[in-house]
Ligand binder design. Sequence first.
Ligand code: HEM
Length: 212
Amino acid sequence: MSTTNSLFPAPYGLAQWARWSTLMLLALGVAGYAFWLVLTSTRPDFAASLFARHPVGALLHMVCSPVALVVGALQVNRAIRTRHLLLHRWLGRLYVLAVVLGGTSGLSMALEAQGGPVSAWGFGLAAMLWLCSTGAGFLAMRRGDRTAHRDWMLRSYALTMAAITLRLYIPASLMAGLPFEDAYRAIAWLSWVPNLLVAEWLIRRLHRIPPA
Ligand code: HEM
């Protein structure tokens, strides 16, 4: 089977719908949490201090990044994508805009992230890669390179999913009894590096190149 066929492979099976539904539920849960932080008047101290230090950045980040998270989940669903190509194009533009706003505001907040320079570098690098991979995916589509577009957008969404993995690792680390600051520094990296490695593995599989 050729590489091009991997863009249009076999029908979406039950297992794929189950995996995608899990992803969508997690995306909606994290997006709902972010909107709750923006809307509620009884904000946790941490979020309140973020809003105090970065009034514009925190608002932009917490409104736009959840849009990228939920829209991106719709975009990675092959069944939706192939049946509704026009919708995919418009949602793609919305995703890019949401990442540009969510990523630049995330980058500005990263400099003062909890946990000091280790967290700042972790979140800062993630934000830069998020912006670059999304930009590369957008430009690939503009020049008609669908394979490169798919690969870069998979990397981009792997980074978007850091929002989910981070919020799974934080309670897990607290339950394991790890000191919050140390765990947070590690999670600033662990929330996205393994995601990107999985994306690279998936991309290689799609290209049918055996992993090195
Ligand atoms: C690679 C992508 C992302 C980066 C680099 C990033 C970066 C950051 C940074 C630096 C902070 C402040 C943390 C601190 O001060 O300790 C933050 C907070 C936050 N981010 Fe992101 N972010 C990303 C993606 C997302 C996405 C997709 C969402 C979607 C819901 C999101 C939602 C939030 C929320 C709700 C907060 C407030 C603090 C909290 O409750 O965790 N972020 N982000």
